[in-house]
Design a protein around this ligand. Structure first.
Ligand SMILES: Cc1ncc(COP(=O)(O)O)c(C=O)c1O
Length: 414
């Protein structure tokens, strides 16, 4: 029998359309578009040894990443426990070194307990996603069960953690306690989390933690504070913003930490009430399904905590150096706000201007961070300068020369 002739009203058969572009061709197009918009990124490998650019970009706030005591502790740990942890924490990835580190982190931060992760990113994913899903479980049939209230300037790892929590997420304007309070008061979900950086990673300002805690407590919510940029720099002896605010050991306060900034190594942790830590051990997917922190990193972090215990002046030195950098930049006419910790933001506005400024800094032998969308909102591209406790007079002189050249040559559009 003859097949029916095609009906002109039928949609064209997908088989007769031109084949779609190859996925790699689509990726090339997207990359070209990002680069044209000044949003391309590239890796810039550091060289070993002294004589490289002046570092005003790293998160090595206390200058510990090259401290011999940390290197020795890492080597000793590698010899004693191996270069890798060999498995996930619940199988073979927990050594006595991990236990010691968790004990010392809990003591240092004044928390009931602590749990170590292979990165701060994973610590955030575990804390927010696990609490969100576990607290929602009894109510799942009738809706999300949990509200997560998240500051608009929170770090990407907290944003991703909110997405994974499967909770209803309400993003509140930056550092706005009133908005947090209203979101909590209006909620229909039985449980809630309030989530915030304590020192914001790009803007460098402080979260209103006392107000956030008051709001969280008034509405029976848990407060999750990311102390990544505060640990080692702010609070008594570098114990962070929650410790400075006197809420470190409170039963509704959970802190997430990174071992890879002030502590000069690699890894992350959650510090909080034992109920929270037990929940993460039982149900935290980012904890359970990840290889444990490598022993050399655990050893280095233990050595860093010992150094911090013995030298409470390290954090204040990093802060003072940040203020000096900010004053210098303000004196040269940059748009800069007073830093709360060691992060100094210089506003540029458009990505191309910030990128030009970063290149000029590199040409002058100074490495700075450049933040463009999507890391910051559109129109808020900036340079991010970070101070270290061990910046030298030569470093400051290089910063002054370089920022002067940037001011003379780059059009600031902010
Ligand atoms: C605020 C904040 N939280 C968490 C992280 C993630 O920590 P880690 O680098 O240890 O994964 C970062 C890292 O840049 C950060 O800035």
């Amino acid at each position: 029998m003859e097949p029916n002739p095609p009906d002109p009203c039928d949609p064209p058969s997908p088989h007769r359309l031109a084949p779609p572009p190859h996925p790699l061709a689509l990726l090339r197009q997207a990359t070209a578009a990002r680069r044209a918009a000044g949003l391309g990124r590239r890796l810039d490998a550091r060289r070993p040894g002294p004589g490289g650019p002046v570092d005003l970009a790293s998160n090595d706030y206390l200058g510990l990443s090259r401290d011999k005591r940390l290197a020795d502790a890492a080597v000793t740990a590698a010899r004693e426990w191996g270069t890798g942890s060999t498995g996930s924490r619940l199988v073979t990835g927990t050594t006595q070194l991990h236990e010691r580190l968790e004990h010392d982190l809990a003591r240092f931060t004044g928390a009931g307990a602590a749990l170590v992760f292979s990165s701060g990113y994973l610590a955030n994913l575990a804390a927010v996603a696990t609490l969100g899903t576990v607290l929602a479980a009894p109510h799942r049939a009738s809706g999300p069960g949990v509200l997560v209230v998240s500051d608009a300037a929170n770090h990407a790892s907290l944003i991703d953690a909110c997405r994974l929590s499967r909770a209803r997420v309400e993003v509140t304007p930056h550092a706005d306690v009133g908005a947090v309070e209203r979101a909590l008061a209006a909620r229909t979900e039985p449980a809630a989390l309030v989530v915030s950086d304590t020192v914001f990673s790009v803007t460098g300002d402080l979260a209103p933690v006392t107000g956030l805690h008051r709001a969280a407590r008034a509405h029976q919510a848990l407060l999750v504070l990311d102390e990544a940029h505060a640990l080692g720099v702010l609070g008594p002896g570098g114990r962070g913003v929650a410790a400075a605010a006197g809420i470190a050991g409170e039963p509704d306060v959970i802190r997430t930490l990174t071992l890879s900034k002030s502590l000069g190594g690699q890894g992350g942790a959650v510090a909080g009430p034992t109920e929270v830590i037990e929940t993460l051990v039982d149900a935290g997917r980012a904890f359970i399904f990840d290889t444990g922190l490598a022993p050399p990193s655990a050893g280095a972090a233990l050595a860093a905590l010992e150094i911090l215990d013995g030298d409470p002046g390290l954090g204040p030195r990093a802060q003072a150096n940040a203020r000096r950098l900010a004053d210098m930049a303000a004196g040269l006419g940059f748009d800069v706000s007073p830093p709360a910790a060691a992060v100094v933001r210089l506003m540029f506005g458009e990505p191309a201007a910030a990128l030009d400024a970063q290149r000029l800094c590199a040409d002058h032998g100074v490495r700075v961070g450049c933040f463009r969308p999507p890391s910051v909102p559109p129109g808020q591209a900036c340079l991010r300068l970070t101070a270290r406790a061990n910046l030298t007079e030569n470093d400051f002189a290089a910063a002054f020369r370089t920022l002067g050249a940037v001011r003379d040559h780059v059009r600031i559009t902010a």
